[in-house]
Design a protein around this ligand. Structure first.
Ligand SMILES: [Zn+2]
Length: 444
């Protein structure tokens, strides 16, 4: 690959970071149109038709395609999101939206989630288009808005309202592909499934009164505080599901590590002594998790609050349904259940794709050429990605990319939605090569 491509993918990523398409969960945030403009301009000189979909002003999505010659051949969709999550700038060593290139690394929000892939997919797509790539199957590039909230103005909108534009047999989106050293060569996780989410609001009720006389009042804030404490203390049992079993089986950890990680009775204790990034990951992969994240309530300093609501981010395991989660909340809250209202406002079940597919075989072939002696292993992502919409529509969808050895698993997992997010240029180049080789191998 030429220096031009390294520069190109670096430059495109810097642009996307500087656009700061921050999605804070409100419909008015994101404004991904800025990055769709950049990508449309970048892909514009391929001569290909670009389609833009704008379900809400400012929340634009971009589709580009290289039409296959054989209608029976499979379609591969490369999908990247253009939005990013908010930052706490004081906690960063560098400007989170500066897109600075320092010591071979591009810094900024989105550098690993997932503007790195959105950029490298675009660069590979453009390279293929300009080289006159005429595959049997169709290659589609899709840049979506709103992944960091619920996908309402991005993947969900497209899959429900513009199905023909984005329908695909195979989909690749974020993330995975960090190198896990192992005796027989690096193992590269491919996200074949993801946890579900069950976001709910727990509202504590109380009786208003004058705060100068708090004795024996029914203060909703005090009840809410106890709800938060009980959720934080709740320890649901571990579940060793198939994806976890296949992952741990594939990564060749020594027995003293793999055995406790595969033992539902020992894994909790073991997570206490693992390095932080790995511990959080291992715990989240094998447990339903409960994270209270927002609290609203109270009206005035001198008024006993009569209503306080807490939002809780709950992530579910393969096979769990809303009713199962509801039971767990009841267990966690115990006798407080009768004093609160529990209202789910987003219930997304876990999804997964199988691994005996042509795309899996392609990724294995291509990866072992790009990363010597490597093997791909199935992995479960603990966050939600847009892959879920495509899996539910019948596509095989994986999360993948490639990273150089410079990025450790520890760095990778703590940078997601964290501080000092950055990616090295070698990783950007590797991913660009990956998309190019995958399209050529799978689509013929
Ligand atoms: Zn992401």
């Amino acid at each position: 690959m030429t220096t031009d491509v390294r520069d190109e993918v670096t430059d495109l990523l810097q642009h996307l970071i500087r656009n700061a398409c921050v999605n804070d969960g409100t419909d008015e945030s994101g404004f991904e149109t800025r990055s769709v403009d950049v990508l449309a301009q970048y892909l514009g000189d391929t001569g290909l038709d670009l389609e833009r979909y704008e379900p809400k002003p400012g929340r634009e999505n971009l589709v580009a395609r290289i039409e296959g010659t054989d209608p029976k051949a499979p379609t591969l969709l490369l999908m990247g999101h253009t939005d990013v999550v908010p930052v706490t700038p004081e906690s960063w060593q560098r400007d989170p939206f500066g897109g600075e290139l320092v010591d071979g690394e591009v810094w900024g929000r989105g550098a690993v989630d997932m503007l790195n892939l959105t950029a490298s997919m675009a660069v590979a797509f453009k390279g293929l288009a300009k080289s006159g790539f005429k595959p049997k199957g169709t290659l589609v590039y899709l840049a979506v808005a709103d992944e960091e909230s619920l996908g309402t103005w991005g993947a969900e909108h497209l899959i429900t309202k513009q199905r023909d534009a984005v329908a695909a047999d195979y989909v690749i989106t974020e993330s995975g592909g960090f190198q896990m050293p192992a005796p027989s060569g690096p193992k590269l996780p491919v996200l074949v499934g993801e946890k579900g989410s069950y976001w709910c609001r727990i509202t504590a009720k109380g009786t208003p009164g004058h705060a100068s006389q708090p004795f024996r009042t029914d203060n909703a804030l005090v009840t809410a505080a106890e709800v938060v404490r009980r959720l934080a203390d709740y320890r649901p049992p571990a579940q060793i599901h198939n994806i976890w079993r296949d992952f741990i089986g594939g990564v060749e950890f020594p027995a003293e590590i793999s055995e406790p990680l595969l033992d539902a009775d020992r894994i909790d204790e073991f997570c206490e002594v693992l390095p932080l990034g790995l511990a959080r990951e291992a715990h989240a992969c094998t447990h339903t998790t409960f994270a209270p994240t927002i609290i609203h309530g109270g009206t005035k300093t001198n008024v006993i609050p009569d209503e306080v609501s807490i939002e809780v981010d709950i992530r579910t395991l393969p096979g769990q349904k809303g009713a199962d989660v509801h039971k767990m909340i009841e267990t966690a809250l115990g006798d407080l259940v009768s004093r609160v209202d529990i209202t789910p406002f987003d219930d997304n079940e876990s999804t997964a794709s199988v691994t005996d597919t042509p795309l899996w075989d392609t990724l294995q072939r291509v990866s072992s050429r790009l990363v010597e002696s490597s093997a791909i292993v199935p992995f479960l992502t603990v966050g939600a990605t847009d892959a879920r919409f495509f899996r539910r529509a019948g596509s095989v969808a994986y999360g993948y990319g490639l990273f150089s050895r410079r990025l450790s698993f520890e760095d990778y997992s703590t940078m997601f939605h964290g501080n000092d997010e950055r990616v090295d240029v070698d990783s950007l180049e590797l991913s660009t090569q990956l998309w190019d080789a995958t399209a050529r191998d799978l689509l013929g």
